[in-house]
Write a new protein. Structure first.
Ligand code: ADP
Length: 260
């Protein structure tokens, strides 16, 4: 398998055709190749198709045209090596936090014991130790979202798709989660595609940032982020990080959209 083309999107179009309303051209001619272990973010104005792109990669929404391959396989439905974090955590209310985190392990029929330890470790890492036996309604929205992230990571998926996962968190928790995510990514060697509204967040996390135009989303530019790793939050004060942020923001100013 070609590790330089771990995720391959070529000439992707998506047109939604609802029965009772007019079609929406959500994505237009998206081409993107992600190498194994790379961290790529997607930014763009609301409604430009970012979530649609992730759902197509996850096999949850069919494409209209083009090629979409993940880990050497044509995506026609959900693949076992892909994990997804949604904007809201959608935990099962009748299961405890630990039981929720374990769902992907059960669904895939993996052995419970080693993964249970991993689940507990992940929960500790996101500041949820002591909450394993609690139910979702006993946790704040931010805590539930962190549990949702543990659930996506528990089976160590080769590819992680994250849709604005930290949008609901307060600024400090969000920064902490960014640093933790980079640590997990470095240790696991995962390939991550990350959707965010925050340009600084995209710059801090990514190897490359794909900038989409307003709907229908087209690739405006793919910006390589030249910041050394490992990165600490302080790097965002550097001139180079600032230049990357400005460059990306320029696309939105040019389009008359300010979205960050
Ligand atoms: P983003 O994540 O960038 O905000 P989305 O991918 O959610 O954008 O949506 C892109 C466009 O497609 C929007 O105009 C949205 O209304 C439309 N859209 C999204 N999902 C559906 C759907 N299931 N049916 C019809 N239109 C949809």
């Amino acid at each position: 398998m070609d590790e330089d083309r771990w995720i391959e999107v070529d000439g992707l179009h998506k047109i939604y055709r609802p029965r009772r309303s007019r079609p929406t051209h959500a994505l237009s001619d998206i081409t993107l190749t992600v190498r194994r272990g790379e961290f790529v973010s997607v930014v763009g104005p609301s409604g430009c198709g970012k979530t649609t792109l992730l759902k197509i990669l996850a096999g949850l929404v069919p494409r209209s045209e083009g090629t979409v391959r993940v880990a050497g396989r044509d995506v026609t439905g959900p693949l076992p090596e892909v994990g997804m974090v949604f904007q809201s955590p959608t935990l099962l209310p009748w299961r405890t936090i630990l039981q929720n985190v374990m769902v992907p392990v059960e669904v895939r029929g993996l052995g419970t014991r080693p993964y249970r330890e991993r689940a507990e470790r992940l929960l500790g890492m996101v500041g949820l130790d002591g909450f394993e036996g609690r139910y979702p309604h006993e946790l704040s929205g931010g805590m539930q979202q962190r549990a949702g992230i543990c659930r996506a990571l528990v089976h160590d998926p080769a590819v992680l798709l994250m849709d604005e996962p930290f949008g609901a968190l307060d600024a400090l928790t969000r920064e902490h989660m960014n640093v933790e995510l980079l640590r997990i990514w470095r240790e696991s060697g995962q390939t991550i595609v990350f959707v965010t509204h925050s340009i600084p967040e995209a710059v801090f996390l990514s190897d490359r940032v794909m900038v989409l135009s307003p709907r229908p989303g087209r690739v405006a530019e793919i910006v390589g982020i030249e910041l050394e790793r490992p990165r600490a939050l302080g790097v965002m004060g550097s001139d180079r990080a600032g230049a990357h942020v400005e460059r990306i923001r320029g696309h939105f100013d040019a389009a008359g959209v300010f979205d960050s």
